[in-house]
Every structure is written in C-alpha cells, then in structure tokens.
Design a protein around this ligand. Structure first.
Ligand code: SF4
Length: 666
C-alpha cells in the first residue's frame, strides 16, 4: 500500500462544487507530497497576477508524504497560497492531527479556489465532501469554532478542524489558520486568504487506513529512531539555562551544535526552554532589534525562566506520530490553552522589553483565538513602540495610548485593537511594513521584516544563516528554512555526498564570511527543508540528524522506491525552485525580499553579544543563487536548472484529466 492517495480534492467555492483529481505517481517521485505537491499544483494552475484576496487565488491544505506511513515526527500539514502579506509564494505549516485527517478522507491535498458569497465550511468524511453553511459560526473565535463544529458533526470519531478566527474574517494580512485548539499555521497571512473566500473551516472526519509498502521495515526503522528520543541527558534546572547561554556567548570559538542535545530540552520544557538562554546568547532580539542582553538583562529575563513557564503546564501535547511531545496544555482563565512557544514569548518579552509573564499567556491565548500570527503581531507592535519613541506616531494616532517600552498593559490593548481592527489597530493588523508605509518619516527602516513579513525571533547577527534564508526564500522572512546551526544539527554530510562537515570548534569570524562552504551549507539546508516539508516531517525531529532519524529510509520503505539521499535532495531543490518560479512569474524583484538592514548588522550594534557584527548579505545571496542554479545576480532559475530538474514540462496531465466530479453544495 502506498502512503499517498494519488488523489486530490478541488473545491470551487464560487460554483459550490467539489471535484476529485487523480495525481500520477511521477508527481510524487518528483515533488514527494506536502509542500511539493502544493507547489507544483499552484504553479501549474494559478493564473499569474492573481489577487491574493481574490477568487483566483488557490488555497491548499496538504498532507506530508510520510504522514500515516508508520514513521515518527511526520504529522505536519501545510497550507499554501499566494500570500496577501508579501505578494509572493506563501506557505505555513503546523502539527496536530490535520495531516493524517486529510489522508483519512482519501486525499493528499485539498485545493480551494473561487470565493463563496456567504460563510461556508467544508465537511469531508468517507462518503465524500460537502459544503455547508457557516453563517452561525462567522464571528466566533478559533476555539469556539472548533468546539461548535465538533459538536455539530459529532459521530463515532472526533473530526480534525482547521479554521479561522476574527482576524482571518477581517482580512488581517497577518492572520493564520488554526487547528487542534489554537495551534497555528501562522505565517504568510493565509488566514486572510481563507477569510476572503468566506471559508470558515475545513472539517475532516474520514477513517480510511493509511499504510506503507513495507510496514515491517517502517516499524523497525521507527523503533530504532525512538531510542534517540527516549535516551536523553539529564537537564539542569531552568535557572541554569541563561548561564549556559552566557557561556556560549563568552566562548572564544563557535561550536558545532548537536541537535540530539535539544531533544531532552524539548521534552522537558518545549521550545520555551531556550527563551532566557537565547537572550543571553544573543539569539533573541531585544527592543525591536536595537538592543541586547545588556538591556534585557538577567533581572528582567528572569520573568521568562523556563521553570516558571513549565509550572503552569498541566500535561504534555503530542502531534500525531510524535514520540517527543514538545507542546504543553496549561490551565488558563478557567479553561485550557496551549503553552506559549519560544517565538511568542520572545516577541512579547525581550522584543518589547516586557516582563509580565501573565500578559504573555493572555496575549498568546487571545492571538490564537483570533487566529493571528504571534511573530508578526509582536514584530509590528515593536515597530509601533519605536515609532512612538521617535515621534512618528503620536497620541493623536493612538486615541491617547502611550506606547512605552515594557508596558504590557498597553501591548495587550494594542493586541485587542489589532484583533478588532479598530483605531491604530486597523493599520497594525496588516503588519509593520504596511503601517510604516502609511506613517512614513523613514519608519520603514525599523519595520524589521523581509518582503513584508516580520522575521522570527532569531538574530541573524548571531547566525547569519537566518539573514540569508529569510532573504532568498520564496516565502520571505521564514526562520524555519535554514541557518548555520540547523545545518550542524541535520548532519546532512553523514548521508549526502559532497557536503562540508563543520568542525567541532571553529573561529567565530568564519561565520560572517561569504565563501563556497557557506553557499553549499545554505543550499543543502534549503533542499533538505523542502524535502522534509514534502514528507511532512517536523523540523525538531529532523534536528536528531539524518544519521539518527531515517527519513531517507522511511521514504523508500513507505513508497517502495529506491531513491538515494542525493535524489531526495534533488526533489527538495525542485520544490524550492518551483516556489521561486512562482515569484518570478509574479514579476517580483527578488532583491526586494531582502531582510531589513538593521537585522543584518547594518549598522552594527555598539554593545552586547552581537556588537560589531555585519553580514555580507549581497555576497551571500549571490553565492546561494549561483550554487542552487539560479541566476547569481537575479535569483531567476536558469534554463539549465529547469532542464536538470525536469520542470520545463507539465507533470500534471491537465485540468481536463480531473476524474469523477462529485458535485455537492449545502
Ligand atoms: S516535536 Fe513538537 S511540534 Fe514536532 S511533532 Fe512533536 S509535538 Fe509536534
């Protein structure tokens, strides 16, 4: 049994129809599944110049190739569409239960086009798809929506639900899509795409089995991999984490990171285990990227001691097929809420100079319920605070609110205004660059973003790989797509020929040089990221390193293919390239997606962990583009690369080949 269905669902919201389309095996071999499947279909089917909030935009919900095949850490689902925030290719991904639910309904992906003239939700079970009226759900937050839908369709099995909250309905350009009680596919503004189509939710309640070609081998591989998760080192108490961060800062050399060490930390604390240490190390941005650990010093960062955060956790949360369970469920306001992640805590503490942990919890819950990206929301409020400080915006713009650094009550008020799209919140709900363009006075220079998307809470001045990947990514501003430390952790050189092996200790200055090794590392990161996005693998699992997490072997055992690691990396390069082609076709100046100069150390910080550091971004981008086979000066994939990757022709036969229309409506 193949792990993929060979079938996708098309939903035309204008016509109110649902149609099946068969997908040939050649597509899976070339693009794997997940984001690769979405990339080839959207590139093939979306007209150039589509309005991101118009009916021509296609919104994809796709499952990973390995999801349900018996592998571990492979429950990620992905959303993709043209981003209304950046105007580029947009995607976001999340864990939870939605990825297997797509396949259990009999599909590898659901592609939504058109737009409804009233709120609807898509319901799919073993009997097929159906569009239903969602008028009564419009206006409800994500948690209320999910609960209401689960009650409404109650049957033998609990469905998986992806939905939007008020932010998506109000077309906030930083709105995301929620699933599993407030987990968010947050980036690229895809919640607004769903809102523009008046699609309130997707409810999946199928029960078809998912399998693999060689279940015995899948079990053997997974058992072996699980040992690396359960055998961990003892961890120090939370108060020692910033000491560790400071020690890394003081070390005279860079150290090759071993991702296996992060596994016990994720198991104990989740991603929040790194928050205080990252401030000390120089990874977390402070005061809208203008400060350092000297400003957000230990007395302030004590507020985000990981043990304080852990104290509120009631139970662990595992995504589908995950043996680690980095998530946590906390008691909050008489109910339950997801524990805030590293990014959210950093965005609403050090970035804004805030120290109120209760406020972070409250904001996390409010944004998850509204369906708004916490990274972009925090980054945009940081811009607003600096704009206030510099007099670009005044109390006349804020209805009397004074936006002082560290004032958590004001931050909470701004969050409410952004969700409601009231007052200045109406502008801030579309992100920092849109707001900066409105207010002008040079404030674009401190809207810290790439291509219009706020960058995540990892400082490129510590790891220049973040600056490079944020700038060359077809979805600009993404932190999960690569950095130097990820390369250390993925350990690709152990399985893929021709890749450089980083030294255990190396000169820190070497990180800031543009050379052939940096380009090779960055391109390998990109190819591997797209490979695992095709497979549906969680990046935290990937941090075990490919000599410990058998992703290549799982792929072969699940599909019956006999592809080499190099061939799988080529599939990743193919996915990356077709995403880039999408942007080229949109006529985007690829240089315009470059990260804000401040975050790249132009000018360099004068004090703190990253003082004096500047990143040669132009040279790094040139080398990356050349190495991956795109024009070194333009970023446009070359004709030779397209030939090599076989993406000149159309792998999907044609829209006319869509099988058996199963038209349905409310
Ligand atoms: S490590 Fe965390 S995010 Fe990744 S699959 Fe497991 S629970 Fe989900």
């Amino acid at each position: 049994m193949k792990p993929y269905r060979g079938r996708i669902l098309w939903v035309d919201l204008t016509a109110g129809t649902c149609t099946n389309e068969e997908v040939p095996e050649s597509v899976y071999r070339a693009y794997l599944g997940g984001l690769g499947l979405a990339a080839t279909i959207l590139y093939d089917r979306m007209p150039a110049g589509a309005d991101p909030l118009g009916s021509d935009n296609i919104l994809a919900f796709v499952s990973g190739l390995l999801t349900g095949a018996g592998s571990l850490f492979t429950g990620r689902w992905m959303a993709a569409a043209k981003s209304p925030l950046t105007g580029t290719w947009g995607d976001a991904n999340c864990g939870g239960t939605l990825s297997p639910a797509i396949k259990q309904c009999g599909y590898d992906g659901i592609f939504v086009t058109g737009a409804s003239d009233h709120p609807v939700y898509l319901y799919v079970d073993n009997h097929g798809p159906e569009l239903r009226d969602a008028t009564a759900l419009w206006g409800k937050d994500t948690i209320e929506t999910e609960a209401a839908l689960k009650k409404l369709v109650a049957g033998n099995r609990e469905p998986s639900v992806a939905c939007i909250g008020p932010s998506g309905e109000r077309l906030s350009l930083i709105a995301g899509i929620s699933n599993d009680g407030g987990r968010m596919a947050a980036r690229s503004g895809l919640g607004a795409v769903m809102g523009s189509k008046m699609l309130k939710a997707v409810v999946l309640s199928g029960s078809r089995p998912i399998g693999s070609e060689d279940p015995r081998e899948m079990t053997r591989l997974s058992r072996s991999c699980a040992q690396h998760v359960t055998h961990g080192i003892p961890l120090p108490p939370g108060w020692a984490m910033p000491v560790l961060g400071a020690a890394l800062r003081h070390l005279p050399t860079a150290v090759r990171m071993d991702g296996r060490l992060s596994i016990p930390m994720f198991r104990k604390w989740g991603t929040c285990g790194m928050d205080q240490a990252s401030v000390e190390w120089g990874d977390t941005p402070v005061r809208n990227w203008s400060g350092s650990e000297r400003d957000y010093h230990r007395k302030l960062s004590d507020a985000i001691d990981p043990d304080r955060i852990l104290a509120r956790e009631q139970r662990k949360y595992h995504c589908y097929s995950c043996p680690l369970g980095c998530g946590g469920i906390c008691a909050w306001e008489g109910s339950e809420a997801h524990k805030p992640e590293y990014e959210t805590i950093a965005a609403f503490s050090a970035l804004l100079m805030c120290t109120d942990l209760d406020a972070v919890y409250a904001i996390n819950d409010r944004l998850n319920r509204a369906g708004m990206d916490t990274i972009s929301a925090g980054g945009t409020i940081a811009w607003a605070m600096e704009a206030w400080e510099k007099g670009v915006i005044t109390s006349a713009d804020t209805d009397g609110l004074e936006l002082h650094w560290g004032d958590s009550a004001v931050v909470q008020r701004l969050v409410e205004l952004m969700i409601a799209r009231e007052g200045i919140g109406s502008l801030l709900a579309d992100g920092s660059l849109q707001a900066a363009r409105h207010f002008g006075h040079g404030s674009e220079s401190f809207a810290i973003q790439a291509g219009g998307q706020e960058i995540a809470m990892h400082d490129p001045r510590l790891d220049p790989g973040y600056a490079l990947h944020a700038s060359v990514e077809p979805t600009p501003g993404r932190h999960t797509t690569g950095c130097q430390v990820y390369y250390d952790m993925y350990r690709l050189w152990t399985r893929v020929t021709g890749l450089p092996r980083p030294r255990l200790l190396s000169a820190k200055a070497g990180k800031y040089r543009a050379d052939a090794a940096q380009a090779a590392i960055a391109v390998a990161n990109s190819c591997f990221t797209q490979l695992y996005n095709g497979a549906g693998l969680c990046m935290f699992g990937a941090m075990l390193g490919v000599d410990n997490i058998p992703v290549f072997e799982w792929l072969n055992a699940a599909t019956g293919w006999h592809m080499t690691p190099e061939e799988y990396m080529t599939a990743g390069r193919r996915i990356q390239t077709i995403r880039q082609l999408f942007n080229v076709r949109e006529g985007i100046d690829l240089h315009s997606l470059t990260i804000s100069p401040r975050a790249a150390g132009h000018p360099p910080l004068q004090r703190g962990a990253n003082r004096g550091r500047s990143i040669p971004l132009t040279a790094l981008m040139h080398d990356y583009w050349e190495r991956i086979g795109w024009g070194a000066d333009t970023g446009v994939p070359t004709a030779q690369t397209l030939r090599e990757l076989g993406i000149e022709g159309n792998l999907i036969p044609s829209a006319a080949a869509r099988g058996h229309a199963s038209t349905s409506s409310e």
